[in-house]
Design a protein. Structure first.
Length: 43
């Protein structure tokens, strides 16, 4: 692998994993549905 390919791979991995971590943290801090309003679906 050339140096430019390795640098591009590292930048791509940081963007993908960083976006995933940002999404997880954002969803934990701002959930779509409050936990106390979840329906009870048990039969």
């Amino acid at each position: 692998m050339s140096t430019s390919a390795i640098i591009f791979m590292i930048i791509s991995m940081v963007l993908i994993w960083g976006g995933l971590l940002f999404s997880i943290v954002h969803l934990k801090n701002h959930p779509d549905i409050p936990m106390d309003q979840l329906p009870d679906d048990r039969i």
